[in-house]
Design a protein around this ligand. Structure first.
Ligand code: BG6
Length: 482
């Protein structure tokens, strides 16, 4: 690992994302010894005029409320590493001041042995990415003669459609090289998402089965049992497809469907992901069900006439040798009956079914991303006893039971550590982003133009019944709950 001083600059430091995700992740990295006091300084930057102490109090307040154990000892030391600089997002003055502060920190640390590293985390709305990137480029790049780097971390929404996303990409691309840009999709930082390639390529079981000859359909599901909770204004502009499906679920699909990368190198993995995205066929209207939960428009920040879906089931079809004919069902919804994210791979029926096991439902391989991470297989076994009857049961790897002492890191923690280490494997490359927008843009435009309307559904329900009918028509067979 590189040594030398490390400056982490959180832009938008007084905002919600910084408070809820960025600073807690940094704190956890600090507690585990990944951020060394002798090297690291954290700078908060935002427009609000507050003092270092005000920012520290804010962060302390959130972390204490969040309440992980052991907080008390480490917290003051961590907070001491944080400094605040205020300035606007497009003024040289503010960024020059920021640069001065960073440089002072670099001088104060012994950098003779190592390089100076500057990590800019943009916890900001994308509308200010271009001016902020320009200012960083102009005023705040690493100037050390001893090497080092400057990296920026950005987060979705990267545009609203293909055109706006490409525009944003070129604006940032004129200022930074691709290896300096880390586009976060926090689903790629989840433990079981990171496990996907291991499962597929380190287990002989799956290798011969992972194809259209054996798999009937794949479902990637995201449900939340709460609505937009004060984010109605943001959400209404984007909707569930841009908020969850085009990024989080599509990234998961890539890992389920991609071909084996040549090596476990970020570029090889991302090449394989781009290929699978480019093989996705245009979405058919009849393979889409949209929903909007009742009460969504009661939010004062949501227009009364809003056409924005809070639920969608969409079938994607991959046109290649491995997957021709296998529906990939992406389903996401807010204000549903449960909170869950999972991948369900459903196998075809057994030919020559002498045990009549079809009645139980099919073999299914399930990866539960959250809550309570688990991997399980549904299979038919003999019902214990004197009778020769069959029952469906599970081979179950529940992480809580199997790995009782393991601490599963938060997605952001892992991803920020990757940015420091310079590992782009779990970040979205520009061409990958483009391919993802290419898939959804025509559908999104039809929804935006009011050509497709969401079906109302009751909060706390499974979503519109039409979505279950679509699943059934795609060949999905409901297995018994587990
Ligand atoms: C975010 C979305 O990207 O992911 C939110 O903007 C959503 O709407 C969240 O609630 C879900 O993340 P997680 O990790 O709780 O599944």
């Amino acid at each position: 690992p590189e040594t030398g001083c490390l400056s982490i600059i959180v832009l938008g430091a007084s905002g919600d994302l910084a408070k809820k995700k960025t600073f807690p992740a940094l704190f956890n990295l600090y507690r585990q010894g990944f951020l060394q006091e002798s090297e690291v300084h954290i700078f908060g930057y935002a427009r609000t005029q507050i003092s270092d102490d005000d920012l520290r109090k804010r962060i302390r307040g959130y972390l204490e409320k969040d309440g992980s154990s052991g907080i008390s000892e480490d917290l003051p030391k961590f907070l001491n590493l944080i400094k605040y600089v205020s300035g606007s997002y497009d003024s040289e003055e503010g960024f020059q001041l920021l640069d001065k502060e960073i440089s002072e920190h670099e001088v104060s640390k012994n950098t003779a042995e190592g390089s100076s590293r500057r990590l800019f985390y943009l916890a900001l709305p994308p509308s200010v990415y271009p001016p902020v990137c320009r200012m960083i480029r102009q005023c705040c790049m690493n100037k050390s003669d001893l090497g080092g780097w400057t990296r920026i971390v950005v987060e979705k929404p990267f545009g609203k459609d293909l055109e706006s996303s490409e525009k944003l990409s070129s604006q940032i691309g004129e200022l930074f090289e691709e290896p300096q840009i880390y586009r976060i999709d926090h689903y790629l930082g989840k433990e079981l998402v990171q496990n996907m390639l291991v499962l597929r390529y380190a287990n002989r079981f799956f290798l011969p089965l992972w194809n259209r000859d054996n798999i009937d359909n794949v479902q990637i599901v995201f449900r939340e049992d709460f609505g937009t909770e004060g984010r109605g204004g943001y959400f209404d502009e984007y909707g569930i497809i841009r908020d969850i499906i085009q990024n989080h679920l599509l990234q998961v699909l890539c890992l389920v469907a991609m071909e084996k990368p040549i090596l476990l190198k970020p570029e090889h993995i991302r090449d394989a992901k781009v290929k699978v995205l480019q093989s996705v066929l245009p979405i058919k209207d009849e393979e889409v069900v949209l929903g909007q939960h009742e009460g969504y428009r009661d939010d004062p920040t949501v227009p009364d006439t809003s056409n924005t879906p809070t639920f969608a089931t969409i079938i994607l079809r991959i046109h290649n040798e491995r997957w021709e004919g296998v529906p990939f069902i992406l389903k996401a919804g807010k204000a549903l009956n449960s909170r869950k994210a999972e991948i369900r791979v459903q196998f075809k029926d057994v030919p020559g079914d002498i045990f009549k096991c079809k009645k139980h439902g099919r073999n299914e391989f399930v990866i539960r991303l959250q809550p309570s991470e688990a991997i399980y297989m549904k299979l038919t076994v003999k019902q214990p006893g004197l009778e020769m009857s069959t029952v469906q049961s599970e081979l179950d790897l529940s992480y809580r039971q199997r790995y009782q002492d393991a601490v599963i890191p938060e997605a952001y923690e892992r991803l920020i550590l990757d940015t420091i280490r310079g590992d782009q494997q779990h970040f979205v490359r520009r061409d990958e982003l483009k391919a993802a927008w290419e898939i959804f843009t025509p559908l999104l435009h039809r929804i935006d133009n009011g050509e497709m309307k969401p079906i109302p559904y009751k909060p706390g329900s499974r979503g519109p019944a039409e979505a279950d009918q679509l699943l059934e028509s795609a060949g999905y067979v409901q297995t018994h709950g587990y």
